[in-house]
Design a protein around this ligand. Structure first.
Ligand SMILES: C[S@@+](CC[C@H](N)C(=O)[O-])C[C@H]1O[C@@H](n2cnc3c(N)ncnc32)[C@H](O)[C@@H]1O
Length: 276
């Protein structure tokens, strides 16, 4: 299958991997199936455009949007073209998940809401509060690309021609029963470098030290089965120690989304793998 350059992330996502891509690409082994348990915006996934893939994220609304692009892209584009970029419309759409109406919205309507909010909210950040309600403020951008038709159609056509399984649950479930020849890329919420740099708004559950340890155990299980994995995380002492028996490389990368301006800049990241 020929790669299509229009196939790129359709949402901006905290922790998006576009900047780290060149470093990731140098380390991708040959595989038969690609698996990404924390897909987010899917920078690496869309770059690779694998023929066979298992894609997962805990965020159900996000995975619903992937599935909608696969199955109902024209209605999605129709809905998106009805939205306006002003603060009144924004907050009206934003508050829908606080009303009973939300449960009656179709999957395509929900997907269009997610893309609209992502394109028009402040910093393009999908952030939810402890109730799981979207809470980013309006972004006041001049002309956000709310309806990116070429990209949405290109992704649709890629999804139609590839064999992709979409899952929306915990990472541990997403890697159950993987076969040798599968390559797994883990991009979990990062271990915080400092208390103030901790971005925990991906889900209303958070991702603490216990979750990082559980992820390491999952990596050990894959390793025992001879399945190759690559994992990115921040270069904290905790992570360096946790994965000390694996191949660890430090990479300096600019973090784009960081709510605390003082923490912007270069923070070391690590790429960890179990193969040469
Ligand atoms: C660092 S982001 C991934 C960024 C992505 N690689 C990109 O390029 O945009 C981490 C993702 O993990 C998801 N997540 C958080 N907890 C999870 C869990 N227990 N299982 C699966 N996904 C989870 C979040 O919803 C978020 O989308």
């Amino acid at each position: 299958m020929k790669k299509n350059n229009l196939v790129v992330p359709f949402v901006k996502w905290a922790g998006g991997k576009r900047q780290l891509l060149p470093e990731l690409l140098k380390r991708i082994p040959k595989f038969t199936t690609y698996c990404e348990p924390f897909v987010g915006g899917g920078a690496l996934f869309f770059y690779l455009q694998p023929k066979k893939a298992i894609i997962n994220d805990f965020n159900k609304d996000l995975i619903n949007t992937y599935i909608t692009i696969q199955n109902d892209v024209e209605s999605l584009i129709q809905y998106l073209s009805t939205y306006k970029n002003d603060s009144e419309s924004y907050y009206k759409i934003r508050e829908l998940d606080r009303t009973p109406l939300f449960h009656r919205m179709s999957d395509t309507e929900k997907a269009s809401r997610l893309i609209y909010l992502n394109k028009t909210c402040y910093n393009g950040l999908f952030r939810v509060n402890s109730m799981g309600e979207f809470n980013s403020p309006f972004g006041s951008y001049k002309s956000p690309n709310i309806v990116n038709e070429p990209t949405l159609r290109a992704i649709h056509s890629y999804f139609q021609n590839a064999d992709i399984t979409f899952l929306s649950g915990d990472f541990e479930v997403a890697v159950k029963g993987l076969k040798k020849g599968t390559f797994v890329y883990f991009d979990p919420p990062y271990d915080p470098v400092s208390a103030s740099s901790n971005f925990t708004g991906y889900t209303n559950l958070g991702f603490g030290k216990q979750e990082q340890r559980r992820l390491k155990e999952v990596c050990d299980k894959l390793n025992a089965k001879g399945i190759k994995f690559l994992l990115s995380n921040s270069a904290t002492d905790f992570i360096l120690d946790l994965y000390k028996e694996y191949n660890i490389e430090k990479i300096s990368a600019k973090r784009v989304i960081n709510s605390n301006a003082n923490n912007r800049g270069n923070v070391d990241e690590v790429l960890i793998r179990n193969y040469d």
